[in-house]
Write a protein that binds this ligand. Structure first.
Ligand SMILES: [Zn+2]
Length: 212
């Protein structure tokens, strides 16, 4: 089995873990104060407020959902590729999340994570479930019809099939590093045919940090 899958860590996954501060002024934790929400353009917990007192520099929906997707990717055990995904309802409720990993019951210690070598004994491809498929399968609430999916890497053709069949209508992706590969082109061809919109995520350039 030699199906091509993402081979390297998307650039965004190397950045800081994203976190949403619940209060504009930061808050004191048991081990210190979470007040270091620095961004390239300022701080996310600055005192900017509207006349009615509402905080102004909160993160937007797309930042929120892509941040959740990226945070999910940090759960991955894959040494080369960490992909995270977040599925959202039409009224902006998070329905499911996932990352690339092994099926339940398949130990991370017993199965291989390499990219090269014997197909069954050394490489991961036969075993790993991608973030998008995991997110779809993780959902226990019923239908995903009309939902949208945020993912840190453009879906492969196999995940595209699952996305289409689940009724998801919009894909927001960050990296498209495999653009032009057969799997990538097949995914886009199916999305186009099925009427699934795919939109590149527009990074805002803001960085948020969490101490965990
Ligand atoms: Zn996939």
């Amino acid at each position: 089995m030699s199906r091509r899958v993402p081979a390297a860590l998307p650039a965004h996954a190397e950045s800081s873990i994203a976190f949403v501060t619940p209060r504009p002024g930061g808050y004191a934790g048991a081990r210190g104060k979470f007040d270091s929400f620095a961004s390239a353009r300022g701080t996310l917990n600055s005192k900017k407020e509207t006349p009615m007192g509402k905080r102004e520099d909160y993160i937007g929906w797309d930042e929120y959902f892509m941040g959740v997707a990226q945070l999910s990717g940090f759960r991955s055990k894959d040494p080369n590729t960490q992909v995270g995904c977040c599925i959202v309802s039409q009224d902006n409720k998070i329905l499911s999340m996932g990352y690339n990993g092994l099926p339940k019951g398949c130990s991370d210690e017993d199965f291989p994570w390499n990219r090269e070598g014997d197909v069954l004994d050394e490489t991961k491809y036969a075993y790993v479930t991608h973030a998008e498929l995991n997110s779809i399968l993780n959902y226990r609430g019923g239908s995903l019809e009309g939902a949208r999916l945020y993912v840190s890497l453009f879906p492969c053709n196999e995940c595209a099939k699952a996305i289409i069949q689940a009724g998801i209508k919009k894909v927001v992706f960050d990296s498209d590093k495999y653009e032009g590969t057969p799997e990538n082109r097949a995914a886009k061809r199916m999305f186009d045919a099925a009427g699934v919109e795919y939109i590149p995520y527009s990074r805002t350039g803001r960085t948020v940090k969490i101490m965990i």
